[in-house]
Design a protein around this ligand. Structure first.
Ligand code: ADP
Ligand code: MG
Length: 352
């Protein structure tokens, strides 16, 4: 009965498993940058420098001054499902960007990855993994913090290599990722450089770490990234409902746009793209904007981790609220209130 073509079931080796998983975690250079910058934020960095060459295809380097990785832990940092951020007992209570322990092994499976790191007061060490082959831990020279260098992304997965777009398009996506993360972290300094031509490179974006009160810091950072035009024309938003906090800036209806691209939404510091939230934003402006105009806003929802599930997708740009109606209501009412007040103020000025 059974032909000679009977399939054989095999256990895949670690390198193959990592290459497959990498397909979900790392779609393009910008997704690698996102994972590495999130790791730096999780490490408590105050300064994060990102450099890339050739749209990130040949080189991505992220340098941070965070907590570092102990030399003995370097191989573990590259192991699949190894993380320092959760212990697996409480998946409803995640306070960090990372928790899957998938990014570094995935990047090491599809590119050439070197991690050099130093915990304050300890000696520095580095490890390299290329196409899934891990080298030995070696001594290194650096100040405390971590330097992650990723070269030749997707060299080990030629099919994926073909799907990369022009250097220019990939560089644009990298800048977008860095700026979005920088919006939510005004107390962290960011630098983004294109080092394609060697040397110090060309600064694409720089934002110094803010000090002082959150709203001032946020306003300064948003002015830096979205332009002073935006902050000059935006209303501060602050609202709260049953454990959900909304802060941010929303532009006046007169500062609207012909597309919905300038809408930046964050949940617990994560940039998200979420239909429910953008729908709420649109609903809030319904009485103030014609149908073909779109509001401009940067809004931050903060809540206890257990009120929102971030475990929806490895790239984690989707979220699911335990009570979506609550989140929607918070945005609609918080914004409507601010817009109505601003309307009153301007009409009473006119009346004078
Ligand atoms: P995750 O972020 O989900 O834990 P990663 O594969 O991104 O998984 O990282 C694995 C581990 O390596 C992290 O849990 C952390 O302990 C360590 N790590 C990675 N990047 C850094 C960094 N920049 N600074 C300090 N530790 C880091
Ligand atoms: Mg991570």
């Amino acid at each position: 009965q059974i032909s000679q073509s009977q399939p054989v079931i095999r256990q895949l080796d670690e390198a193959a498993i990592n290459r497959i998983a990498a397909g979900e975690v790392v779609e393009r250079p910008a997704s690698a940058v996102k994972e590495l910058v999130e790791n730096a934020i999780d490490a408590g960095a105050r300064r994060i420098d990102v450099s890339y060459a050739d749209g990130g295809k040949t080189l991505i380097r992220v340098t941070d001054d965070g907590c570092g990785i102990a030399a003995a832990d370097l191989p573990l940092a590259l192991a699949r499902h190894a993380t320092s951020k959760i212990d697996g007992t409480d998946l409803l209570n995640i306070h960090s960007f990372g928790f899957r322990g998938e990014a570094l092994p995935s990047l090491g499976a599809v590119g050439r990855l070197t991690i050099a790191s130093r915990v304050a007061g300890d000696t520095a060490a580095e490890i390299t993994v290329s196409g899934g082959q891990m080298g030995a831990v070696k001594p290194a020279a650096l100040n405390s913090g971590t330097i992650v260098t990723l070269r030749d992304l997707f060299y080990a997965t030629p099919a994926r290599l073909k799907f990369m777009r022009s250097d220019r398009a990939e560089a644009q996506a990298i800048a977008d990722v860095v700026k979005r993360l920088a919006m939510a972290e005004p107390f962290i300094g960011f630098t983004l450089r294109d080092v394609s031509d060697g040397g110090e490179g060309r600064v694409i974006f720089r934002a110094d770490p803010a000090s002082g009160a959150l709203f001032d810091a946020l306003q300064g950072r948003l002015a830096r990234i979205l332009g002073r035009d935006f902050t000059d024309n935006a209303l501060p938003i602050q609202a709260e409902r049953e454990g959900l906090m909304l802060t941010g800036y929303a532009a006046l209806p007169t500062y609207s746009r012909g597309n919905a691209l300038a809408q930046y939404l964050f949940v617990n510091g994560r940039p998200v793209r979420d239909k429910m939230l953008t729908g709420a934003l649109r609903a809030a402006y319904r009485d103030f904007l014609s149908r073909d105009r779109h509001p401009v806003a940067a809004l931050f929802i903060e809540c206890e981790p257990k009120l929102v599930d971030v475990n929806v997708h490895p790239a984690k740009s989707e979220v699911r609220f335990r009570d979506p109606g609550l989140a929607r209501g918070l945005i609609v009412s918080g914004l409507k209130h601010a817009l109505a007040e601003a309307g009153h103020r301007s009409s009473s000025t006119v009346a004078h």
